[in-house]
Design a protein around this ligand. Structure first.
Ligand SMILES: *Cc1c(COP(=O)(O)O)cnc(C)c1O
Length: 354
């Protein structure tokens, strides 16, 4: 740390992303990426001709991409916000709404919520999940605070129904409710249909998980035009060219081949249920997931030990060290072949434990 740094950052704990090792080839089940490559049109659209235009700035309004997203989801372009990964939407929203009356989110959820809370000196309550790692909806009603809920939640994978989400939004009319739907395409219900009804709702999405574009950094949000204008204010005051030329092209091509991705999501759901059943047979406790990952633990092996042994054998999963969840591992759903290797590896590790 330098002596020049503002002391208010002294205690800031940064977000720690999952490993992206470059040393050897792993079966990578640790950062919830898609195991499938981008669709053909994405690959052919980001071509030499487009790379040759990188001397020019990107369209700061992302007109083509925004129109494509709006049409795909049946909303107006003024209800769409585009960002450099959905982390950027979270960043802007915490900046805008977090300090008004304080913020609430679950104690076990996406790790970035706490980081933004600390970064902006926000008074936040990290509300404990229930014993069974579920969100108790009552905890989020009538809060009068900025409410942030990942649905499905991460790293549990457990989803709330749309009715429950709507009750939460309705009971917080004077503050913003942000529903982070990073994993919604894997089988949960979206709150998108509610944006016309509730002007306090932001629905946050990403291309990183269900659309095979984690490396392109593209997120999007739906909300009333007033909330979108708030987000635009911060975007234009920090980085109006937040989405680069190649990503705008990839994102547009992606939506045009939406069926490819929705089929891939169906396949991942199928492999998820297969993997869950196999882990249950091996004696694991596995939470019921509507996301592209499973959260699982076994009474006969320590969570960190399993993570390390898997890593030693070339299979990377995500282990969190915080007390309530340190016996669990989060396992991204890959292809069926990858999951079979994962299961075989787990089996052999468990046998050695005996
Ligand atoms: C992955 C993830 C994000 C961020 O995704 P980006 O890659 O920044 O779009 C946001 N919220 C949750 C819950 C996530 O798991």
């Amino acid at each position: 740390m330098s002596r020049f740094r503002d002391s208010k950052f002294s205690l800031l704990k940064e977000y720690v992303p999952g490993e992206q090792p470059q040393d050897k080839k792993y079966i990578k089940l640790n950062t919830n990426e898609s195991p499938f490559p981008p669709s053909p049109l994405v690959i052919s659209s980001v071509n030499a001709e487009e790379v040759a235009k990188l001397n020019l700035y990107s369209d700061p309004e992302c007109k083509i991409l925004k129109k494509t997203v709006a049409e795909r989801y049946g909303v107006e372009t003024e209800n769409v916000f585009l960002s450099n990964g959905s982390d950027e939407i979270l960043n802007f929203a915490f900046m805008l709404y977090g300090n008004v009356n304080g913020t609430v989110f679950p104690d076990i959820s996406y790790g970035f919520y706490k980081v933004f809370g600390d970064l902006y000196n926000i008074k936040y309550d990290a509300i404990p999940l229930t014993e069974s790692f579920e969100i108790n909806p009552e905890d989020y009603k009538n809060t009068n605070k900025f409410v942030v809920i990942a649905n499905p939640n991460a790293p549990t994978g457990i989803a709330l129904t749309l009715d429950v989400i709507e009750d939460i939004i309705r009971s917080n009319p004077d503050n913003v409710v942000l529903i982070d739907e990073a994993y919604v395409d894997f089988g949960a219900e979206s709150a998108l249909s509610l944006i016309d009804k509730y002007n306090n709702l932001i629905v946050c999405r990403t291309y990183s998980k269900s659309r095979s574009l984690a490396g392109a950094r593209l997120g999007f949000a739906f909300a009333s035009k007033e909330l979108i204008a708030d987000l635009e204010l911060i975007r234009n005051s920090t980085n109006p060219y937040n989405i680069n030329r190649l990503t705008q092209i990839a994102g547009t091509a992606c939506i045009r081949e939406d069926e490819y991705y929705m089929n891939a999501c169906k396949e991942i759901e199928k492999v998820r249920e297969y993997t869950r059943a196999e882990l249950l047979k091996l004696g694991f406790e596995v939470l019921e997931s509507k996301a592209n990952f499973l959260f699982a633990k076994h009474n006969e092996i320590d969570g960190n030990e399993l993570y390390l042994k898997l890593k030693g054998r070339g299979v990377l999963v995500r282990h969190f060290t915080s007390e309530r969840i340190c016996q669990f591992n989060r396992i991204t759903i890959g292809t069926k072949d990858q999951m079979d290797i994962f299961l075989e590896t787990v089996k052999s590790i468990m046998e050695e434990e005996k």
